[in-house]
Ligand binder design. Structure first.
Ligand SMILES: NC(=O)c1ccc[n+]([C@@H]2O[C@H](COP(=O)([O-])OP(=O)(O)OC[C@H]3O[C@@H](n4cnc5c(N)ncnc54)[C@H](O)[C@@H]3O)[C@@H](O)[C@H]2O)c1
Length: 317
């Protein structure tokens, strides 16, 4: 198969590229990190070459807003497009920038998929649910920021084309695992707490973290979900573990695995008025995806990489 992966130098895209490269011909598209910043001071693009150090396929540095990028994809003639590229920062508030990047380009991807008869699997997001009560289910959304709104608009747009192409949207919940380090501040709390413990710092959590729940999903499950989506009916599906676990659970598991007993500092939550306190995916039985990793198993599997990041990236930074 010929497969295009947009955002392939980012966290989820690079995992897809590394997993699929042995058996398929891959073209990764990514704008890569540069000197452009979002209105919140974070980098606009988080793609990093180190995520692709073991990648042997093709790489094209391009913007999904540019015609040249679509020409490159069209010439490659993929059978499948995994579309991960996006402004992935939920705290970016420049509506024009977030929506034009995430949404406008998406219709071009749909049209190209129809033209090439390629399957299109794209990243939506659990952020579309805002603070709706758990379990969150497709069909009830309440986006609270431009990023979440852009993903909901993508889902709505995709629906109009289900009869013309194989299009599947995946609403990832809180993904963690190898390849997320270069997301910096937007990397998962699993990595951030793990690194705090390895440094010997007192870990920091918001007050009441034993009552703040997230559906954490391990990257290997997310890659499996993308592969299942190739055989699924057109639609939008939740991709989580189906379980809600607290941030306190995350810290307790990490302390146990790293054999530490550092005192946690509980700090004031500055986002308290616009905060998700409980997320949990309602998994759709018609989508043959099942999460294989519990939080304990995912963290155990990830631990060597967290230690490697601490030794090789953080100590030398
Ligand atoms: N990681 C999560 O927990 C999570 C949760 C829900 C949804 N998602 C979605 O999954 C997808 C992948 O997320 P991720 O965590 O790997 O994020 P990421 O930021 O690591 O990856 C996104 C990639 O897209 C690239 N990119 C950004 N703008 C681009 C542009 N204009 N042209 C070309 N490339 C561009 C970036 O350089 C980056 O490599 C995104 O669409 C994100 O919104 C992620």
């Amino acid at each position: 198969m010929k497969i295009v992966i947009t955002g392939g130098a980012g966290f989820i895209g690079s995992n897809l590229a590394l997993c699929l490269q042995e058996k398929h011909e891959i073209l990764v598209i990514d704008k890569m990190r540069g000197q452009s910043y979002l209105d919140n001071g974070n980098l606009e693009c988080l793609g990093h070459f180190k995520n692709l150090l073991n990648y042997k396929g093709r790489l094209f540095i391009g913007d999904i807003n540019d015609k040249e990028t679509f020409k490159k994809i069209s010439d490659f003639k993929p059978n499948i497009i995994f579309h991960q590229a996006a402004i992935s920062d939920t705290t970016a508030y420049n509506q024009n920038q977030v929506l034009s990047t995430n949404l406008n380009s998406f219709e071009e991807f749909i049209k190209l998929s129809i033209k090439l008869n390629a399957k299109l699997i794209y990243a939506s997001s659990a952020s579309v649910y805002g603070n709706l009560p758990s379990p969150q289910q497709v069909g009830k959304e309440n986006p609270k920021n431009p990023y979440a709104f852009s993903k909901l608009m993508m889902d709505n747009m995709a629906k109009k084309y289900y009869k013309k192409a194989h299009i599947v949207g995946l609403r990832y919940f809180n993904v963690y695992g190898n390849g997320e380090y270069f997301k910096g501040k937007t990397a998962s709390m699993i990595l951030q707490l793990g690194l705090q413990l390895l440094k010997g710092d007192n870990p920091k959590l918001f007050k009441g973290s034993d009552k703040i729940f997230r559906d954490f999903v391990y990257i290997k499950d997310v890659v499996s979900a993308n592969l299942k989506a190739l055989e699924a009916e057109c639609g939008v599906y939740n991709v989580g573990s189906g379980k809600a676990r607290s941030f306190q659970d995350v810290l307790d598991i990490l302390q146990k695995e790293l054999n530490t007993n550092l005192t946690c500092e509980y700090i004031k939550n500055p986002y308290i008025n616009a905060y998700q306190f409980h997320t949990q995916a309602q998994l759709d039985k018609s989508f043959a995806y099942e999460s294989e990793f519990s939080l304990e198993e995912g963290i155990k599997d990830y631990l060597d990489e967290i230690k490697r990041i601490y030794e090789e990236e953080l100590k030398n930074a």
